[in-house]
Design a binder for this molecule. Structure first.
Ligand code: E4P
Length: 220
C-alpha cells in the first residue's frame, strides 16, 4: 500500500519525506489556500524533493478549461498528476489527458458508479472521499469495499484506488485491510500511526530497569 501525504505545507512535507514513508502527495485548492503560497511554485517545489506522483487540481469546470489548465500544470514536472472532478467534462478531460500520457487523479468520488466511470475513462487514480461520507452519516469504508470488488472483476482496469479524506489512523488500517492501493493521509494522522501508549510505557519500563543494571552498551 502506498502512502501519499495530503498537504501543501512544504516544510511539513520535507520532514515527513525524511521518514521514508512518503510515496506521493495530493493537494487541493483548500490546502493551497491554507498554505498561503503561490500554487504553481508550491507544486514545483514539492516535485523537486518528492519523486512520486504529486496531484495538482484544475479549477476550470468546462472541458476546454480543464484541458488547458491540466496541460499547463503537467508541464511543471514529469511527476505532476492532474486532478479533475468527477463530472461529465472531468471524465472527458481525464480520457484526453490520459491519452496524451498525463497521469490523472479523478477526485470527489462518492459512489461506486462514479468509480466505475473513472476506470473506464482510464484514470490513473480514483479518489473516493471516505471521511466526508462518514461526516454525512454514510459509511466511507463500504464505498472502498465496493470499488475494490468491482475493479477486481475487471483486470483490464488499471485505475488505482486512492482512499482520500482520511480522518484517523483506523481509516488507514481499514483501507489497508480492504486493499486500497493508496491512502492519502494528512500529516497529523501519518504521525499518529506511530503512536501507542503501551509502546511509550514499555520504553519507560525497560529504561528504568536497564538503569538498575548500571550497564552501558557502548562502554567497552
Ligand atoms: C484528496 O485528494 C483530498 O485532498 C482530501 O483527502 C480531502 O480531504 P478532506 O475531506 O479532509 O478535505
Amino acid at each position: 500500500m502506498k502512502f501519499f501525504v495530503d498537504t501543501a505545507d512544504v516544510e511539513e512535507l520535507r520532514s515527513l519525506v525524511e521518514t521514508g514513508f512518503v510515496d506521493g502527495v495530493t493537494t487541493n485548492p483548500t490546502l493551497i489556500a491554507r498554505s498561503g503560497r503561490d500554487f504553481e511554485a508550491t507544486i514545483a517545489e514539492i516535485c523537486s524533493f518528492v519523486a512520486g506522483p504529486v496531484s495538482a487540481e484544475v479549477t476550470a469546470l468546462d472541458l476546454d478549461g480543464m484541458l488547458a489548465e491540466g496541460r499547463h500544470l503537467a508541464k511543471i514536472a514529469p511527476n505532476v498528476t492532474i486532478k479533475v472532478p468527477l463530472t461529465v467534462d472531468g471524465l472527458k478531460a481525464c480520457r484526453s489527458l490520459t491519452q496524451e500520457g498525463t497521469s490523472v487523479n479523478v477526485t470527489l468520488c462518492f459512489s461506486a458508479a462514479q468509480a466505475l466511470l473513472a476506470a473506464k475513462a482510464g484514470a490513473t487514480f480514483i479518489s473516493p472521499f471516505i471521511g466526508r461520507l462518514d461526516d454525512v452519516g454514510e459509511t466511507g469504508r463500504n464505498l472502498i469495499q465496493e470499488i475494490v470488488e468491482i475493479y477486481r472483476n475487471y483486470p483490464e482496469f488499471e485505475t488505482q484506488i486512492l482512499a482520500a479524506s482520511i480522518r484517523h489512523p483506523l481509516h488507514v488500517v481499514e483501507m489497508a485491510r480492504m486493499g486500497a492501493d493508496v491512502a492519502t493521509i494528512p500529516p497529523k494522522i501519518l504521525r499518529q500511526l506511530y503512536d501507542h501508549p503501551l509502546t511509550d510505557k514499555g520504553i519507560e519500563m525497560f529504561l528504568s530497569d536497564w538503569k538498575k543494571t548500571g550497564q552501558k552498551i557502548l562502554s567497552k
